[in-house]
Design a binder for this molecule. Sequence first.
Ligand SMILES: Nc1ncnc2c1ncn2[C@@H]1O[C@H](COP(=O)(O)OP(=O)(O)OP(=O)(O)O)[C@@H](O)[C@H]1O
Length: 288
Amino acid sequence: MINCVNVRKKFGRKIVLDELNLQIDEPKLVGLVGRNGVGKSTLMSLLAGLEKPTKGKVEVLEQSAFDNLYVSVNSIYIHPNMTFPANLSLRELCQMGAQFYMHWDQALSEKLFTYFDIPLHQTFQQLSTGMKSMFATIFGLATRAAVTLLDEPVNGIDEGLRKDMYRAILKEYIAYPRLIIISSHLLDELAHLLEEIVILHDGKVLVHDNIDDFASSHMIWEGELSRMLAAYPDALILERSPFGGDRVLVPSHIAGDFQQQAISAKDLYLYLTAEKKGSIDDVFSNNE
Ligand SMILES: Nc1ncnc2c1ncn2[C@@H]1O[C@H](COP(=O)(O)OP(=O)(O)OP(=O)(O)O)[C@@H](O)[C@H]1O
């Protein structure tokens, strides 16, 4: 359904994505994660055909994505900075959506708008930040587009309603499977929904895996650091303890006679993408 081959994307002299490869062949619920500024939105814009790759190939539904009407009518890209025509009410926007997207689900959108209390007589600009996200995400789901790209879909939504929105996404996906890619920083909230995870790091896909396989791919050893490093020199040191309980991260297939702990997908993602530039305490250390 999507195929990115050796994709590079530059803005001016800044290379954001480079030699990025990603292929997804069937409907899936996929989480796209990565640290701030790594290029998640850029990748989604490329998939939506809004941006042209500087180099390489971006195909969606087997067609080159950039500026392609077939890709436009079969995909939707919802993101926090999106705008809608200021002179149209939300109801009118939905009528336009129904004309453009042939699988538009009017009944679903009406039920969700009612549940989330979205005032359809207002314009998009009149909504609060959280309501904008709710409207846009429901709009995205109602399109039933084969490729649905949700960039930070719960941006600004309070915690209780976020859970409802995740559930709405999951139920819609189960009822009408399609490729839904969700970018988010809230991997702990999202992980239970996802089938696959894609981690962007240094302009590339660092991990593309089944979410459960990803979480179980590593484990934490606790013990004496020198012994653990002797058993596995490439272990990532997570924590030094003056009392002997040092902690390191190792791939799960490595055998070692140490206390072992499972790790959550969120923590593993954070460790694998950590920048090694000291801690926030170092920034303040001269002032203390
Ligand atoms: N149109 C543009 N012109 C110039 N630079 C851009 C443009 N779009 C994105 N960038 C730059 O590309 C980089 C990646 O931005 P992008 O928004 O894709 O990252 P992101 O992973 O979605 O970030 P975040 O998690 O903070 O939302 C950033 O350095 C950003 O400044």
